[in-house]
Design a protein around this ligand. Sequence first.
Ligand code: NAD
Length: 343
Amino acid sequence: MTILVTGSAGFIGSCFVRQHLRCSDEPVVSLDALTYAGHLSTLSEVMDTPAHTFVHASIGDVNAVTAIFREHAPRAVVNFAAESHVDRSILGPEAFIQTNVVGTYRLLECARQYWSALPAEQAAKFRFLHVSTDEVYGTLGPGDAPFAETHRYEPNSPYSASKAASDHLVRAWHHTYGLPVLTTNCSNNYGPYHFPEKLIPLCIMNALAGKALPVYGDGQQIRDWLFVEDHTRAIARVLDAGQVGETYNIGGWNEKANLEVVQTLCALLDELRPKAGGGSYADQIQFVTDRPGHDRRYAIDARKIERELGWRPNETFETGLRKTVQWYLDHQDWVRTVTSRTP
Ligand code: NAD
């Protein structure tokens, strides 16, 4: 059999593809539109692997996606493809609607056409796994319980609203047409191959370049952080054993304020790459005007996936962050490649 992975040249999708090919002989056909956030160098470890086929296409390209289903007959789709940066969604929401909403809709329709023509036994085993975010649940107050799967959807940014819309489409394609879907909602990821516009890789690269480390507002926005390989292991587990039609929240039980994250990063850099002229990278921290509508706190209640599927994160924030910082120190060529704009 084969699985189809979309958004495979991005941060989390590429991690999932690498992990799948490491753990299994099953072929992967991977698709990516190679936007600014997707780069073939992110897939370089697996580009020559015979079990991996890369297709340069959008999830919204019905002809290309239909051709993949016809040619590769996947047993599952894992949908990572998305516009993913909140700041960009505030500046230009259109691309988020096109990919996250219209693109997911078209992918669902292609999957449904393919699935509905499968023999009954194969149709029953088919899965459409949609990868989503905790941001669809909105924001929490300091004493509120973490987001459970039953939490009301209250998205506050164009990004989270477009992801919420895609989650609803996936749900509807199950309830209306019977498509065997699974949805995962995960907290903030960090790790290797993260495009250097997001907080952790941006601060590592700015620190090394002697630039300011921008922290929004008072830096007290709280996020739950999960090492990317723990996220992709959770997705693999849900794909294997999740109940069709169910949603699984994935998180690391690691609530940290943004300022604490940046300070921890600086301490690690001070240890692993001390500043030539002495002093701490923390001296480069600069508070900047807060993002409009910035959610104050996200936290994930991951007890369902732990209880029902036996998944737990392997990394603590400390071990995962140390690995991440070391990876960026060792792979500055990758950062230069993906920020130089050629696919
Ligand atoms: P990313 O921006 O690094 O990667 C997204 C990939 O999708 C890129 O390679 C991009 O080229 C590709 N893409 C964009 N539009 C496309 C289209 N129309 N067709 C095909 N490919 C397209 O994002 P990521 O951090 O890897 O996130 C992957 C998924 O996980 C997203 O759906 C995101 O909402 C979700 N998620 C991310 C996080 C996080 O912390 N990064 C947390 C929870 C959920």
